[in-house]
Design a binder for this molecule. Structure first.
Ligand code: LAC
Length: 248
């Protein structure tokens, strides 16, 4: 690909800067032995609900979706949380762990405008960004909420230009969610996909286990590239590789 002029680097939040798997500690504490399965069904359903609500034209913000998908998950597993336990699990969504390479990667990109574009509601995102100190690094935290539709709708990616004053051709969008990387590519952004689980590692994981772990299933469903013919411009194994791409 020809050398790009990148003036803004825009990140997906959940799964890209923030590790959604970090809810496993609190889910397992709440329901010992169920942590992994709760974590995977919850995240799978959460994303499904964004797409289904968008298609039904029944938008509710991401905090409602996150609650509803947790209710779904606990119900199908036959688990009955007290209101206190439910709230404790939900609270982790505003205290998610950053990936270990996130802060350094953002610091290394100073010189570019830096932002989040996320499905999260403004309230959820602002608290999370504040709790993890990213408010001091980011120029903007953009929620799809003003458009009342979720990624990968083009309307979501359209929010970048008016918020940052940077044209799509000068934006590098970064996501580890393959559906999101494809959506951004379809819209016309430059895209770096964070490939945290390579195809080879995936293949090996099937061979290694004699039963299919929920996490392995999740990696197959959400952490491999989609077959839409919308390949990202870059595949990198972690956020640390971004500064070299952008050459700040
Ligand atoms: C987000 C979802 C895709 O942060 O995880 O927008």
């Amino acid at each position: 690909m020809a050398q790009m002029t990148i003036r803004a680097v825009v990140f997906d939040a959940y799964g890209t800067l923030y590790d959604v798997q970090s809810v496993a500690g609190v889910t397992d504490q709440a329901f010992p032995g169920y942590g992994e399965i709760i974590t995977q069904i919850w995240r799978l359903k959460q994303l499904e609900y964004t797409w289904l609500r968008s298609l039904m034209d029944r938008y509710e913000d991401f905090s409602v979706i996150t609650r509803d998908s947790l209710t779904y998950t606990l119900t199908v597993l036959g688990l009955k949380p007290t209101a206190d336990i439910f709230d404790r699990i939900m609270d982790k969504y505003v205290h998610l762990d950053l990936y270990p390479d996130a802060k350094q990667a953002l610091t290394d990109l100073k010189g570019c405008k830096l932002a989040i574009l996320s499905n999260g509601s403004a309230d959820m995102l602002n608290v999370l960004v504040h709790n993890t100190g990213l408010d001091k690094i980011l120029d903007a935290t953009i929620s799809v909420d003003s458009k009342k539709i979720f990624k990968p709708s083009p309307q979501a990616y359209m929010l970048i230009e008016p918020n940052l004053g940077v044209k799509p051709s000068e934006v590098l969008f970064v996501s580890s969610n393959s559906f999101d990387a494809c959506g951004a590519k379809a819209f016309g952004l430059n895209v770096a996909w964070i490939e945290r689980v390579t195809a080879d590692a995936m293949a090996l994981e099937w061979k290694k286990n004699d039963f299919v772990r929920p996490l392995t299933m999740f990696k197959a469903m959400r952490m491999q590239m989609e077959q839409f013919g919308l390949d990202p411009d870059y595949r990198i194994s972690g956020l640390g590789g971004l500064a070299t791409l952008v050459r700040v």
